[in-house]
Design a protein. Structure first.
Length: 280
């Protein structure tokens, strides 16, 4: 990923927040501020990834419109090269600059096959690359190019329709994934503030003996260590749960990054608030 100004700004802001955390070194807010700094530094990268996925999705939608227009033009008897040049005047959203570049290359005399390959590389989308390859092969093979392009357009349309139906069907699983994660958080918090103190024979997690949780000397484990361990567990679970949700809903783990970030922030805030309210 190419680093942009927003990334450097996020990294600097994160470092500043982490630096400020040392002013609260011996307080319960220390780790809260550290994790806040980490999330601040990571946020621009997550935002960029989400934006990139959105643009990629828009390109797929616009490419469907692009192929339809190309088919209509070729069916009127216009050559595929001339049709591509004519499409330069139409708007295809985030795909427009790539269509314009393709048309300019063809106008300059660059072979259609080469121009299409450059177009596919610039768009950087699997669906577009696959379809462009078919169009290039169809043009090279000759025959009824209009009919071939129409078949390609129908294939792209069918793929887009199936993808939308899949996302609609899987949307319930996304909601279930969030609910399951919230239940997991509740279970962890119950273990941390109720079950562990109970089985240790004390009223809260703050003061166990040297053989239990809460001791700060004699080989015991402090309450802070316990809360940190559970927090790490929640954060790790949030990252992988989000990736799984993305894979199930969109078929791509990269599209689960936004879910991972949301779940991590959710776990972080709930765990921190719970430690402030119930921890000692």
């Amino acid at each position: 990923m190419e680093l942009k100004k927003i990334h450097f700004f996020g990294i600097i802001a994160g470092v500043i927040v982490i630096g400020l955390s040392f002013a609260f070194l011996k307080t319960q807010f220390f780790f809260f501020i550290i994790w806040l700094g980490i999330l601040t530094g990571v946020f621009p990268f997550v935002l960029t990834t989400i934006q990139k996925n959105r643009i990629s999705q828009e390109k797929e939608i616009m490419f469907l419109e692009f192929t339809r227009n190309l088919v209509e033009s070729v069916e009127t008897g216009t050559s595929i090269s001339k049709s591509l040049v004519n499409l330069k005047k139409k708007s295809f959203g985030s795909l427009s600059k790539h269509v314009e570049k393709l048309a300019n290359q063809i106008s300059m005399g660059i072979p259609l096959k080469t121009a299409l390959e450059i177009f596919a590389k610039d768009v950087d989308n699997k669906t577009v690359s696959r379809t462009i390859t078919l169009i290039g092969q169809a043009e090279r093979a000759g025959g009824n190019i209009g009919q071939i392009l129409e078949s390609v357009a129908k294939a792209v349309s069918t793929t887009d329709k199936l993808k939308k139906e899949r996302e609609s069907t899987i949307s319930n699983l996304v909601v279930q994934g969030y609910i399951i994660f919230l239940v997991f958080i509740v279970i962890i918090l119950v273990m941390q503030f109720y079950i562990i103190p109970m089985i240790s024979g004390i009223a809260n997690v703050g003061s166990l003996g040297a053989t239990g949780v809460g001791a700060t000397a004699g080989g015991g484990v402090s309450a802070t260590d316990v809360s940190q361990a559970f927090l790490y567990l929640l954060l790790i679970q949030g990252v992988f749960s989000g990736l799984v949700i993305g894979k199930l809903s969109a078929g791509d783990m990269k599209k689960g990054i936004k879910h991972s970030f949301t779940l991590v922030v959710l776990a972080f805030l709930i765990s921190t608030v719970a430690n402030i309210l119930f921890g000692k």
